[in-house]
Design a protein around this ligand. Sequence first.
Ligand code: FBP
Length: 570
Amino acid sequence: EKHTPLALQRHLYRPRCPPVLRGAFTVRRASSPQSAMDHDERIKALFPHVHHKPIVEIAFHDGEKPMSIGRPLRLGVLFSGGPAPGGHNVLAGLHDFLASRNISSSLVGFLGGPSGLIEGKYKEITEETLFRYRNQGGFHLLGSGRTKIETPEQLDAAFTTCERLQLDGLVIVGGDDSNTNACVLAEYIAARGGTTCVVGVPKTIDGDLRNAYIEASFGFDSACKLYAEIVSNLALDAVSAQKVYHICRLMGRSASHITLEVALQTHPNLAIISEEVAAHKQTLGMIVDTIADLVCERAALAKNYGVIILPEGLVEFMPDIKSLIQELNEVLAQAPARNGVAAGDAPQNPSEEADEANALGDPDASLVVIRRIAQRLSKESAELLSSLPSAFAVQLCMDRDPHGNVQVSKIESERLVAEMVERELEKRKQEGTYRGKFSAVTHFLGYEGRCGLPSNFDCNYCYVLGLVAGGLVENGCNGYIARATGLTQAPELWHVGGVPLTAMMTIERRKGRDIPVISKSVVDMAGPIFQNFKRERHSWALSDDYRIVGPMQFYGDGADCLTISMQIGD
Ligand code: FBP
């Protein structure tokens, strides 16, 4: 197989890491036992075996003691949740750690995410299987999934697999929920007298697994660089052709870190940040007005083009849409939602009626059903539903998950906003307050950001996290997450070690139950990253101060540059 010079360069890239990880190292205590972020007593009661442990750090092996070869270890690893660039380098780090300590060690990868562990589906990871995946994007060597390990049956099945395969360690590569699950599993295994040590690795492009202990999740740096490249290309298109507004929705369901970072990198005319929308209780109408005002102001300067970015999770942060969704969930969940039509029976309730209209693909029937659903909503929500472009009303009422809930991530908020702005501008035209031309092209920048080539940073970071996770397992750090700190410095200067997962936990009420969770970090509006954006954004609105970032660099100047928000920190 012939490789391009870049492909070859990536295959041969040797991740940089702190020198301590290159030789035999020890893991030592670096703090007193850590309390949970909040609700310490409740967390203690839930995790008696893994709570109140100290932070640990990796340090040079004490030179006076003889260097020892590690005992052979058998390790399992799985990817959980959405892919993020760099995941394969976690496997590479784990593999190389094991190989460096004892060549009789082995690494198994569970297929398709946590379900692979539950069902005992795995494959051995050897240098031969791994070498083509080093420094490459995707999670496809193993696959990933969103199954959770939380019910008694799932926990028991996971435990059984660990016992059957005699795993010394299990490394779970995931986001906040997956690491919460990792902690639950660590506790469960310890309580049953198992010896498998569960260790987490912080992953997610969304960047919302970040707290006092974890500086960054892997994947964020690469995904933002790719999205920024695309947004700045669209900005160049806008200013060149001078005829359209590019409206882009960027991934990140719960937090707007990606949108904020891409805004800082590319200087769009407008960037909407969900956390600010929620804080200022901005309704859909207010957001539509903000965009329409911008379009009018730019039109007055003869600029009928521009770039607007918004986060994937926006709809859930607008108070009016949020209440509408909550009400719809209640009305539509009156009967189990199903795909397709009730066999033979006449529709019984809104949920079934919606299914039927949807299955028939009849837009008029759908609208009749939506009108009927609206009758069961509060006055405000009914009015909002009927004011939405019909495609969105249909999307809200008909596209539901297996629990009957509205699938918020499927809502094309960029199209919703574009259509409503168009309507608003038409109104202003009639009133004589606007005379420009508005044409919007919408984009969703999502999945393409999760599997691209990892940046040098993510290659290094993931490899280091893999090595560290191996070290944590070897030292029996059950219920820990691997970490590296000082990430704005050169990798050779990073500090590495582990933090007990319970130290990052609190209790939150979700779906009517109090449960232990690792909280998602959302954009801190008082923090330096948002404040920096707030200071700058006004100058981006009318001027075309687009920053054209170009493709991610892998060598030469700028190749090791971090995303702006990681450089500023919160
Ligand atoms: P993770 O938190 O699992 O890393 O996934 C993040 C994400 O990429 C979000 O940005 C997005 O909302 C979601 O995954 C989409 O997930 P799915 O693959 O299930 O459509």
